[in-house]
Design a binder for this molecule. Structure first.
Ligand code: CTP
Length: 421
């Protein structure tokens, strides 16, 4: 049965044509091509998923290059993993060769060799993620379901494909809980037994901090991060990230407030990163001297790492300053150089009502107070570039904080008075 009409209805005729075209290019090269993974699972669940993974039986690199040329789209080859990405309109389409995996030791990244579609599906994590959609012209949009993934999807079951699955790749323990939580599925009894065995034999201890952190990061992108984090904690899976997250300890309920807090701050600080706020909250529960090296080993982007570092390094200091601040100028000066993630973390960690009021005042009112004039305006009226410009701006802000309503002219007059011109 063809799933072409499902794609057309859920996405568009355009996407259907694009996949058809990719299948035809493969055919011209004598290759068979498939869409695999989450896209196929979500298509059957009638949920749109724009992560399109194409697998070919053969070499994906010349194939992706040809697709890039025909679509006139940028094609990036990742020789190391033998994969490619095509950037086409607002889509990123990933290409890989059908492969077999061999795990030299548990938890390590696998050694891979080219193989068949069947082998490629068999190396995958769960039956619901191991289906393929053929896009070759002779079998266009036919579902290939070798392990009854569709049935498990309909019954709400997470099931591994073979008994070694969790040993080969213990990140699948985290993934099993994540998919079960996302779709409200249950873990099938035999898989559950292997899951328990994996925990008992500490399989995740073979994983690097970076790989565990990648799973935690995905958890933060789910709809109910706290619920999932609680499962990671209850099963002991979080202990492998850091020993302080002991089994059955209750995770900080404030994780459930991170999205709303970030959204609230975003209206004043558009650059705030929700992911950095999540990581800051997680790492703020660990002593700073241990949190720093852990963060460095977590493989987060440079931007997120430095936001987290700022936030976990400064929130307590900001808290002390806010406790003693007793006017708008003090509040402004204590907070003005802090990054939005620090404000968010402070907001989440703080338990003091007075501090909360001061923080809210800063975020809603004070943070946006700025001079209307610019450095260029000051230079134009004859002020030398240099530290005096900062001094003038600080004075203007101070006056505004005191309640003066200054317009551009008032600000320029004040600048003249300060600099005696
Ligand atoms: N996969 C796997 N084992 C892993 C990770 C991935 O077998 N440890 C396979 C699965 O077939 C999965 C596909 O690679 O469907 C793509 O992985 P990923 O993008 O991580 O997950 P998705 O299934 O697309 O899920 P999500 O919706 O969370 O992106």
């Amino acid at each position: 049965m063809s799933l072409a009409s499902n794609i057309q209805e859920l996405y568009s005729q355009k996407l259907l044509e694009l996949l058809t075209q990719i299948g035809q290019i493969a055919n011209k090269q004598g290759l068979k091509a498939y869409v695999v993974g989450g896209f196929v699972r979500d298509l059957l669940l009638e949920k749109a998923n724009f992560d399109i993974d194409i697998m070919v039986e053969g070499d994906a690199l010349p194939f992706a290059t040809a697709v890039g040329q025909e679509l006139n789209a940028e094609c990036k080859l990742v020789e190391r993993f033998h994969t490619a990405h095509i950037y086409y309109q607002n889509l990123v389409i990933d290409f890989s060769s059908a492969r077999k995996e061999y795990y030299p030791r548990p938890g390590a990244l696998p050694e891979v060799s080219f193989s068949t579609m069947q082998d490629d599906l068999f190396r995958r994590d769960f039956t619901i993620n191991a289906m393929a959609l053929s896009i070759s012209p002779d079998k266009a949009f036919e579902l290939i379901d070798l392990f009854n993934g569709e049935q498990d999807l309909n019954s709400g079951i997470i099931k591994i494909l073979h008994a070694r699955s969790f040993l080969d790749d213990p990140t699948r323990l985290y993934r099993a809980l994540r998919f079960a939580d996302r779709f409200n599925f249950i873990i099938e009894p035999k898989t559950e037994m292997q899951f328990e065995k994996a925990l008992k034999l500490s399989y995740p201890s073979s994983l690097s901090t970076k790989r565990i952190a990648a799973e935690i990061d995905k958890c933060f992108q789910e709809k109910r991060p706290l619920a999932l984090l609680t499962k990671y904690q209850n099963t002991g899976l979080l202990t492998y990230y850091h020993k302080s997250f002991v089994e059955y300890a209750r995770p900080d309920f404030k994780f459930s407030l991170v999205p709303a807090t970030s959204t609230r701050l975003r209206s004043k600080f558009p650059e705030i990163s929700e992911s950095a706020v999540f990581w800051s909250l997680l790492l703020s529960n660990i002593p700073l001297e241990e949190a720093k090296p852990l963060l460095n080993n977590s493989g987060l982007s440079h931007a997120v790492s430095s936001q987290v570092l700022n936030a976990i390094g400064e929130w307590q200091n900001l808290l002390s300053k806010l406790i003693i601040a007793n006017n708008k100028i003090d509040i402004y000066n204590s907070m003005k150089n802090s990054c939005p993630e620090s404000l968010a973390l402070l907001y989440l960690k703080n338990k003091n009502k007075d501090v909360e009021n001061k923080l809210t005042l800063y975020i809603n009112e004070l943070a946006v107070i700025k001079p209307s004039i610019t450095g260029k305006d000051l230079i134009e009226i004859g002020i030398e570039p240099g530290p005096q410009i900062r001094e003038i701006f600080d004075k203007i802000i101070e006056k505004k904080l005191e309640g003066s309503e200054l317009n551009r002219k008032d600000e320029l007059d004040l600048a003249r008075t300060i600099s005696n011109i």
